[in-house]
Ligand binder design. Structure first.
Ligand SMILES: Cc1cc2nc3c(=O)[nH]c(=O)nc-3n(C[C@H](O)[C@H](O)[C@H](O)COP(=O)(O)OP(=O)(O)OC[C@H]3O[C@@H](n4cnc5c(N)ncnc54)[C@H](O)[C@@H]3O)c2cc1C
Length: 264
């Protein structure tokens, strides 16, 4: 297997263009499994490009570099003060050792239906900045995903996650079989901002999406359990798996939505 470790961004872009089939390598916590189980031609290790490891704040936005680890997010005072839901997610993410190397960019690009960072970033209306040799572009995070494990990246890396700062209340809960090192059976990320609701969650669709029908229903102010379930039928398509049944996921999600609403 080929291993490249660019020292500069220009070198990285050249490496990507010359080797479009190589995988970007950051913490390697997801990639390690792929390297073990499949034939990977090569990797481009960008972990030493520290310019992509930062958290900054302006009046309207928090920006997180793609190489920022989950533990750095957990310890950051901007996140703790302005985007508490991300701190809550980080607290329940893997183990201390994994959080020390797992990056937010890797979590997004790995694009697993159980990836914990994507749902809270979607409900916060985040955008992502992408960089390739043709230049830089910023797109809504939702537009990065277009199917199960299918992304709209074109020989690009994610450099930055941009999170607008807005006044909001939040609810986050991850349900799994264990208290630690928990892979979610499902999770719910929900915020309320200026009487609008934003909901998303893990393990409920082939790739993580917002629950637009439930959002509209809650905004109307007139709903009951049956109506929420009816809207959920349009928003989610959970599969039954060894982790839990489809029916379980619908019922627990309904309970969590009601618990979240009670707290607002
Ligand atoms: C024991 C264990 C427990 C875990 N627990 C959790 C958990 O609780 N919750 C959870 O969500 N995940 C969990 N994971 C999965 C994993 O740790 C995360 O998804 C992690 O954030 C991936 O980041 P990484 O830097 O290790 O990515 P890598 O493995 O380096 O890369 C993952 C994928 O993203 C691509 N990539 C990485 N960064 C970029 C970038 N900036 N631009 C473009 N492509 C990029 C890579 O090519 C690769 O395809 C766990 C993993 C393990 C091994």
């Amino acid at each position: 297997m080929n291993y490249l470790k660019p020292k500069t961004v220009d070198e990285m872009l050249k490496n990507i263009d010359e080797n479009p089939d190589f995988y970007i390598f950051c913490g390697g916590t997801d990639l390690a499994l792929k390297l073990k189980n499949s034939s990977v031609d090569g990797v481009i290790d960008i972990s030493s490009l520290k310019q992509f490891d930062f958290i900054t704040k302006t009046d309207s936005m928090i920006q997180i570099g793609a190489l920022t680890t989950v533990n750095t997010i957990l310890e950051n005072h901007y996140i703790e003060n302005y985007i508490v839901i991300l701190s809550d997610v980080a607290k329940e993410f893997a183990s201390h050792q994994i959080r020390n190397i797992a990056t937010i960019g890797g979590n997004i690009v790995n694009d697993s239906p159980v990836a914990d960072m994507i749902a809270p970033l979607l409900v916060l209306d985040s955008t992502v900045t992408l960089l390739g040799s043709k230049g830089e572009r910023t797109i809504p995070l939702a537009e990065l995903f277009d199917g199960f494990k299918s992304l709209t990246l074109k020989n690009e890396i994610i450099t930055t996650i941009n999170i607008p700062i807005k006044k909001h209340q939040h609810y986050y809960r991850k349900v799994g079989a264990r208290a630690k090192l928990n892979i979610s059976k499902l999770s719910l990320a929900m915020i309320k901002s200026e009487d609008k609701y934003y909901l998303s969650g893990t393990s409920l669709n082939p790739y993580t999406k917002r629950f637009f029908n439930v959002e509209k229903l809650l905004e109307s102010g007139e709903f009951n359990d049956a109506m929420i379930l009816e809207s959920l039928e349009k928003d989610i398509s959970p599969s039954g798996s060894f982790r839990s049944t489809k029916e379980y996921r619908f019922q627990v999600l309904l309970n969590m939505i009601k618990e979240g609403l009670d707290g607002f």
